[in-house]
Design a protein around this ligand. Structure first.
Ligand code: IPT
Length: 972
């Protein structure tokens, strides 16, 4: 029997690998042969099942679950997809056998030949020409095997990579995302001299001190005498530390098969690395034979920086930086966890443009290219090990059978990523309770890398000040803001408080983000957090046969929407019996990376330049960065006036160091008419940045210069008001008269947070209107109606009065005490087709809600109606605009209607009734109506984040009692 199969490594947690080379810092190996492309493939029903003899092909790298192999993706959050207890795997265990021939270059004769498999889920078995090579687990880190004795330079070999989908390791890879199977990162072969650099570890400090530790080995034998290393950093030579050599020689650790050497340098006037100015230097390390010839070369990019914790502050280069973080998975809607470097660059570029400066690699080491990009573009990274035992967390945390796996996974991550300046904190994993296995892994990290803090959310067993060895940072998830503030004020805080997850971005969400940042920026001890999460993990799916579109789906989506015949699949859409639905779609960007409106909220809250206030001496501007001046930014002033005008003027940004403020003169003379006036500073890049071309807008801080004045429209009592026998307004441009609306299509927060259940129980989704009275007089009609729900009756009064050029509508709704927290109180009406353009004075241009409106400045905005709607994967309340004072809806010939509101209100104009959205499970099921559905809300409930975490604040809930609102309706 095959010795690798005989091991049954899929149900042996103690076996983390066989024949695998030790992990080392990633290194670019010139001359490597990539084995990516089409491989022969068979899917077996179990790892020990015989080969069938029929081969298909799959693309490597690529999950087979996305490549028409019959095995499909499955989404579960906490629960395991199979019932077996750890460490068991189910008997039905899809196993993919991948095979191809490889030609070993003739010039590799006499060299050490290494196979690298970038990632395989979840157990990898390697054979060459039918001979067993080794095995590996740890699905998101590379496995390397020495093939020198198994292949011959200049000849062809048969490489077989067998990947077992379910294993003991699945129980510690129980992250909240899709389950796949396959080889998801590149496979390559490279060769080195037998005498080679086995690892190079770089320590580069803020003061310019550089230390490079080299580990030298000779394949299959003793080290030859006289070897030495040399190095240079952008032309500056490094010196070999002879003290280190002597210490080493005197040490019992000296060995004939492991060479250790240290190179050092001190860089004068070093340009330090931080996320704002990510300065990198190029390091080359050479290993020489005694005769001076070079046996091996290794290149690294080096960033000089220090990370420390002082008191309860996390410091980068001595500076208490705010962590404006996001949780990021490796994700692509066509290829799952296989992502290209270009795609990752696009992710990071987008994050930079929206003010993010930190990434938690939830919940496993991400693709190696991500860290190179983070070094280069400037992100603080919390690097997280691939450990999540969520469903069996308590049992596994102390289970000695899993001890090896914990230490293996954490140490391999650290060994791989230790040279990246972007990595500022290590994380032991996610949602795995807390046990001895964690402390074992923590101990390894503390010894190997004392230069970085360590975090683990689960270690806070006795509270956020828990002295546990496993976490230097209090990093809770979804903690109520009040609790965070209370902890910071308690006098008991011992660690920086940086939430590892907060502001759950599922569907239409991220309400109260501004409250978080107001607290963080005003409370010592609070330093930020990581929003959950970047991606909506919708997989592009063909509607016709329900299969994943895979690579053939390229280009079949745009602007967040799946194209014709396609949809974004979430849990259950592949026929999974066990799944967790749309919970996998909880990101700030759609599956094609189109930003959701909540991204703009974050962008504004992260603004590098802010308007602090307006004093008699002028507008006070502040630099809210940590390291940079304002010279890389350019500004433009905008003045939005109630009369419809927007004036602009160039802005001279003052020369401010971080944290400084200065007053600049008010750039406009306000017109004397007394109307509402808003001053906006549009801040853009003044030159090309690596992540933004010159002119990219980064924020638009705003200040109200003058409050609105309301003028009552002149009555025109001689005009008729047309209200029918049912008390419904008759109007040439309306197909449905304004009626009371208390229902919104529940957001994911409304559904999962339990609000929608109550609303349905109250009957708010199917209120029955009953006319009580119509009272007609000259130039006005009063209508009283009752709306009956199961929990009570809401009285609604409308008074329609003729005014100059149109109608004034005064409304009042009386909510009995039973309806103590409804979605909205307002009017809804529908228009004739053809009114396809919305122009409004209010917040915009993107979607905004009462508790998510900090990023939508007040101004004059114009958008086609079809672009107002946000296509959340599971249809829900969408497309709202906050603080709308007035709007017009017009046809191309400029006819249409104009609405003026008594005060800034929540308004939405879409093609969908709330009932249409409520009934649909996917965006592609929605059929747009030809006219517009218009909601004017006297009150609209905040969005909150209750799908996972706190609900909106009390201030953004709707109280029972009397609500009044007025508006005028005119023809254009
Ligand atoms: C938390 C998880 O860490 C994350 O992976 C994701 O599932 C998130 O919640 C919700 O989307 S765990 C949760 C039980 C708080």
């Amino acid at each position: 029997m095959d010795p690798l199969l005989a091991l049954r490594p899929w149900e042996a947690p103690e076996v983390t690998s066989r024949g695998r080379l030790p992990m080392h810092a990633i290194d670019r190996r010139p001359g490597a042969v990539r084995l990516d492309g089409e491989w022969r493939f068979q899917l077996l029903p179990a790892p020990d099942a015989p080969l069938s003899g029929t081969w298909s092909t799959v693309h490597v790298p690529g999950a087979w679950t996305l490549q028409d192999t019959g095995d499909l993706p499955q989404y579960t959050n906490v629960r395991m997809p199979f019932p077996q207890f750890p460490p068991q795997a189910p008997a039905a265990d899809p196993t993919g056998v991948h095979e191809r021939e490889v030609d070993i270059p003739a010039e590799w004769a006499g060299r050490r030949i290494v196979l690298q498999v970038g990632a395989a889920e979840s157990v990898l078995l390697v054979h060459v020409d039918g001979r067993p090579v080794g095995a590996s687990k740890d699905s998101h880190l590379a496995a390397e095997f020495d093939l020198s004795d198994l292949v011959r330079a200049g000849s062809r070999s048969l490489l077989r990579l067998t990947v077992v989908k379910w294993s003991d390791a699945s129980h510690i890879e129980d992250q909240d995302h899709w389950w796949h199977g396959g080889i998801t990162r590149s496979v390559l072969l490279y060769a080195t001299d037998p005498l080679h650099l086995a690892d190079v570890t770089v320590r580069a400090r803020q003061d310019g001190a550089l230390r490079v530790d080299c580990r030298v080995r000779h394949a299959g034998g003793a080290l030859p005498a006289g070897w030495y290393v040399s190095g240079e950093l952008d032309g500056l030579p490094l010196v070999q530390d002879t003290e280190f050599d002597r210490a080493n020689a005197a040490d019992e650790r000296v060995s004939d098969f492991l060479g250790e050497a240290r190179l050092t340098a001190t860089v004068p006037e070093v340009r330090t690395w931080n996320a704002e100015t990510p300065e990198l230097y190029g390091l080359t390390v050479r290993l020489h034979r005694a005769d001076g010839t070079v046996a091996d070369t290794s290149r690294h990019r080096v960033g000089f920086r220090d990370v420390t914790i002082v008191g309860r502050d996390l410091l980068v280069n001595g500076e208490r930086v705010y962590i404006r973080g996001i949780n990021r998975h490796d994700f692509h809607p066509l290829t799952g966890r296989t992502v290209s470097a270009e795609d990752m660059r696009a992710d990071l570029v987008l994050l930079k443009r929206f003010g993010f400066n930190a990434i938690r690699t939830s919940h496993y080491p991400n693709d190696p290219a991500l860290y190179d990009l983070a070094d280069e573009l400037g992100f603080y990274v919390v690097d997280e090990a691939d450990i999540e035992s969520h469903d069996h967390a308590h049992e596994i945390a102390d289970d000695p059978r899993y001890l090896n796996a914990f230490v293996d996974r954490v140490s391999r991550m650290v060994l791989r990523d230790v040279n990246h300046p972007s990595v500022i904190v290590w994380s032991l994993g996610n949602e795995s309770d807390y046990g001895a296995n964690h402390d074992a892994a923590a101990g390894w990290v503390r010894r190997y890398d004392p230069t970085r803090p360590l975090q683990y959310e689960g270690a806070a067993k006795t509270g956020w000040a828990d002295p546990s060895v496993a976490s230097d940072i209090a990093c809770p998830m979804y903690a109520p803001l009040e609790d965070c503030v209370a902890h910071a004020l308690s006098g008991q805080q011992t660690k920086p408080l940086i939430q590892c997850e907060y502001s759950h971005a599922m569907g239409n969400s991220n309400g109260t983000l501004a409250d978080h940042w107001a607290a963080i920026e005003s409370t010592p001890g609070l330093q930020g957090g990581f929003i959950w999460e970047f991606w909506d993990h919708g997989i592009l799916q063909r509607v016709s046969d329900g299969r994943p579109a895979g690579r053939a789906g390229a280009g079949r989506y745009a602007n967040g929407v799946a194209g014709p015949g396609h949809r974004w699949a979430y849990g259950g859409d592949f026929g999974e019996a066990v799944h967790d639905g749309a919970f996998v779609a909880d990101g700030l960007v759609f599956p094609d990376r189109t930003p959701k409106p909540a991204m703009y909220e974050h962008r504004e809250l992260a603004a590098p330049v802010r308007i602090e206030c307006y004093r008699h001496e002028g507008i006070v501007l502040g630099n809210h960065q940590h390291f940079r001046g304002l010279d890389w930014l350019a500004g433009e002033w905008e003045l939005a006036l109630a009369d419809g005008r927007t004036l602009t003027a160039p802005a001279e940004l003052p020369d401010l160091r971080p944290g400084q403020t200065a007053a600049v003169p008010l750039p406009f003379r306000l017109p004397p008419d007394g109307g509402e006036a808003w001053l906006t500073l549009r801040v853009r890049t003044a030159r090309d940045e690596p992540w933004a071309p010159r002119g990219t807008e980064l924020c638009a801080p705003q200040l109200r210069l003058r409050a609105p004045v309301t003028t009552a429209p002149a009555p025109a009592a001689d005009r008729p008001v047309d209200v029918d026998a049912e008390g419904l307004l008759v109007h040439p441009l309306l197909t449905a008269a304004p009626v009371l609306s208390l229902w919104r299509a529940p957001t994911d927060n409304d559904e999962i947070g339990g609000m929608a259940v109550r609303w349905r129980a109250w009957g708010l989704d199917a209120l029955v209107r009953k006319l009580v009275s119509v009272d007609r007089a000259e130039g006005r009609v009063r209508v009283l109606a009752e709306y009956a729900g199961t929990a009570g009756v809401i009285r609604h009064r409308q008074e329609f009065s003729a005014v100059e050029g149109g109608l004034r509508i005064d409304e009042q709704a009386e909510l009995p005490a039973e309806f103590d927290d409804v979605a909205r109180v307002g009017s809804v009406f529908e228009t004739v087709p053809g009114l396809d353009l919305l122009e409004w004075f209010g917040q915009g241009p993107w979607e905004s809600y009462p508790d998510r409106s900090a990023g939508a400045p007040v101004g004059h905005h114009v958008l086609p109606v079809d672009e107002l709607f946000t296509p959340y994967l599971r249809p829900q309340e969408s497309g709202g605009r906050h603080g709308v004072r007035r709007f017009t809806l017009s046809a191309p010939d400029a006819t249409g209607l104009a609405v003026e509101l008594d005060e800034p209100r929540q308004v939405s104009v879409t093609r969908f009734r709330a009932a249409d959205l409520t009934a649909a499970a996917h965006h592609d099921e929605l059929v747009p109506r030809p006219g517009c559905v218009v909601h004017l809300d006297a009150a609209h409930r905040g969005l909150g984040t209750a799908s996972c975490g706190p609900d909106t604040s009390p201030a953004h809930r709707i109280a029972p009692g009397v609500h009044r609102w007025s508006w005028t309706l005119r023809l254009l």
